[in-house]
Design a protein around this ligand. Structure first.
Ligand SMILES: *[C@@H]1O[C@H](CO)[C@@H](O)[C@H](O)[C@H]1NC(C)=O
Ligand SMILES: *[C@@H]1O[C@H](CO)[C@@H](O)[C@H](O)[C@H]1NC(C)=O
Ligand SMILES: *[C@@H]1O[C@H](CO)[C@@H](O)[C@H](O)[C@H]1NC(C)=O
Ligand SMILES: *[C@@H]1O[C@H](CO)[C@@H](O)[C@H](O)[C@H]1NC(C)=O
Length: 386
C-alpha cells in the first residue's frame, strides 16, 4: 500500500494551514450586516415615532407595524426560510455544530411544498478538478435536479468563473490524509453540508479522477428508482479484509460483521443522516482501525451492513480496474480513451438492480488522468450519451 503512504505524506505537508479557510472574512461580513441592520432599524423607528406624533394617528400600532418589520423577520415566519438551500456554503459552524444541525429530520413524511428531489454530487479532491469541462457538459440543462459540493485542501483557492457549475461550491474544509479518519471526517463533512439543503435526496461521493459514464437522465432515473443505496460492502477473507479487523471492536463489531468496500459510495438521505449522526461506531473505528487498516474502506461499509443491511446494494456504482495488478488501480490516460474501452466496461458485468439482473451496473468510473480529458470530450456525445 505504498501509494497511500505517499499521499499521506503530501497531506502532512499541508498541516499548518488547518482551519484557516473557515474563518476568513466572515466575521467582517456579519459585522457589516448588523451595522446596516442597526442603522435601518433606527431610521425606521425614528421616522415612525415622528409620524405618530405629527399626524396624531389614534391607533398607531397596526398601521406602523408593517413598515417597521424588516424583511428578514418576515422570512423567519415563512416556510421559505426552512426549505431554501443555504445561499453561501461558507458557514462558520465547526464540525460538532454542523453535524448536529445536519442531523435534523422532519417527523412528518410528506413535504408541504413541491419538492423536486436532487442528487448531491460531492467531490472529495486535493485541489483542481481536471475533468470539470466534462462534468459541466454532463450537468448542462439539469438545473434544479442536482447540487454540487467540493471539499478540497484548505490551502487550495478555487477560481471558477460565475458561469461554472463549480462556482462557489467549495465547503469549509480541513486537511485530509488518505486511509485515516480525517478522510472519513471529510466525507461526513460533505454529507453534512449537503444535508443542509432539504431537497437533496441522494448523495454521491466522487474524486477528481472520476467521470460520468452515462448522461444525467439515466443517472437520475437509475438512482431515484433504486430500492437500495450503492455502498460497496463485502466480507473478504485474507490479510486485506478480515486481517484488518481488531478484536477490541467487539461486541459492537464482531469478525463476522467486518466489511470492506470501495470508498466511493452513493447513499440516500436517511443513510446520510445515519452516517453524520453516528457517535457509536466512530470512536471504535477511530481507535482501532489505523493504517494498515484503511478506515475509509471499512467504517461506513461495516456500520451500514450491521445497522441497515436491507438498504444497501453491497456494490459501488463506480467502475475501477484492478486487473493490471499492484497496490493501486489503473489510471487511464489519453491512449486508453477509445469507443471499445467503454464497450468493455459496459459489457463487463451483470449485477442485481432492485433484485433483478441488469447489465447497467456502473454510472461512474475512475481513475482518469488529466490527459484523458480531450479525447473524452470528443467521444462523450456519441459513446456516453451527453
Ligand atoms: C465546536 O464548538 C463547540 C462550542 O464552542 C465546542 O463545544 C466543540 O467542542 C467544538 N467542536 C470542534 C470539533 O471543534
Ligand atoms: C457480537 O457478538 C456478541 C456475543 O456473541 C453479541 O452479543 C453481539 O450482538 C454481536 N454483535 C453484532 C453486531 O452482531
Ligand atoms: C447486502 O448484504 C447484506 C449482508 O451483509 C444482506 O443482508 C443484504 O441483503 C445485501 N443486500 C442486497 C441488496 O442483496
Ligand atoms: C441519455 O442517453 C439515452 C441513451 O443513450 C438517450 O436515449 C437520451 O436521449 C439521453 N438523454 C439526454 C437528455 O441526452
Amino acid at each position: 500500500m505504498q501509494p497511500r503512504l505517499m499521499a499521506l505524506e503530501e497531506g502532512k505537508d499541508l498541516a499548518p494551514t488547518v482551519r484557516t479557510y473557515q474563518h476568513r472574512a466572515l466575521p467582517l461580513r456579519v459585522l457589516q450586516f448588523f451595522l446596516v441592520f442597526l442603522v435601518l432599524g433606527l431610521g425606521v423607528s425614528v421616522c415612525s415615532m415622528y409620524m405618530i406624533r405629527f399626524f396624531k394617528i389614534p391607533n398607531a400600532a397596526p398601521v406602523v407595524q408593517p413598515t417597521i418589520v424588516p424583511s428578514c423577520f418576515v422570512e423567519l415566519d415563512s416556510i421559505q426560510s426552512w426549505i431554501r438551500p443555504p445561499s453561501n456554503l461558507l458557514h462558520i459552524m465547526n464540525d460538532t455544530e454542523l453535524f448536529w444541525r445536519a442531523s435534523f429530520v422532519p417527523q412528518i413524511k410528506s413535504y408541504p411544498f413541491n419538492r423536486v428531489p436532487k442528487i448531491a454530487f460531492m467531490f472529495l479532491t486535493k485541489g483542481p478538478l481536471p475533468m470539470a469541462p466534462l462534468w459541466e457538459r454532463f450537468f448542462k440543462g439539469q438545473e434544479g435536479r442536482y447540487s454540487i459540493y467540493v471539499h478540497a485542501m484548505p490551502s487550495y483557492d478555487a477560481n471558477y468563473p460565475p458561469s461554472s457549475v463549480f462556482y462557489r461550491r467549495q465547503i469549509p474544509s480541513q486537511v485530509t490524509e488518505w486511509g485515516r479518519m480525517t478522510m472519513c471526517d471529510a466525507e461526513r463533512r460533505l454529507l453534512a453540508n449537503a444535508l443542509l439543503d432539504i431537497s437533496n435526496e441522494w448523495f454521491i461521493l466522487l474524486s477528481e479522477a472520476c467521470i460520468p459514464l452515462r448522461n444525467f437522465s439515466i443517472v437520475y432515473s437509475y438512482i431515484s428508482r433504486s430500492k437500495h443505496s450503492f455502498m460497496g460492502s463485502f466480507d473478504e477473507h485474507g490479510p486485506y479484509g478480515r486481517g484488518r479487523y481488531n478484536e477490541k471492536m467487539a461486541p459492537l463489531v464482531n469478525l463476522t460483521n467486518w466489511r470492506k468496500g470501495p470508498q466511493w459510495f452513493e447513499v440516500n438521505r436517511a443513510l446520510a443522516v445515519k452516517i453524520v449522526a453516528d457517535v457509536t461506531y466512530y470512536p471504535k473505528f477511530k481507535d482501532f482501525c489505523r493504517p494498515a487498516c484503511y478506515v475509509d474502506e471499512h467504517y461506513f461499509q461495516t456500520m451500514l451492513s450491521i445497522e441497515t443491511p436491507h438498504l444497501i446494494a453491497n456494490r459501488s456504482l463506480t467502475y475501477v480496474d484492478w486487473s493490471r495488478g499492484g497496490a493501486h488501480p489503473a489510471t487511464f490516460g489519453k491512449v486508453d480513451i477509445k469507443e471499445e474501452f467503454f464497450k468493455k466496461i459496459f459489457d463487463s458485468k451483470i449485477c442485481l438492480y432492485n433484485n433483478q439482473p441488469s447489465s447497467l451496473c456502473y454510472l461512474f468510473a475512475r481513475k482518469f488522468a488529466p490527459s484523458a480529458l480531450e479525447p473524452l470530450l470528443q467521444l462523450s456525445s456519441e459513446v456516453l450519451g451527453f
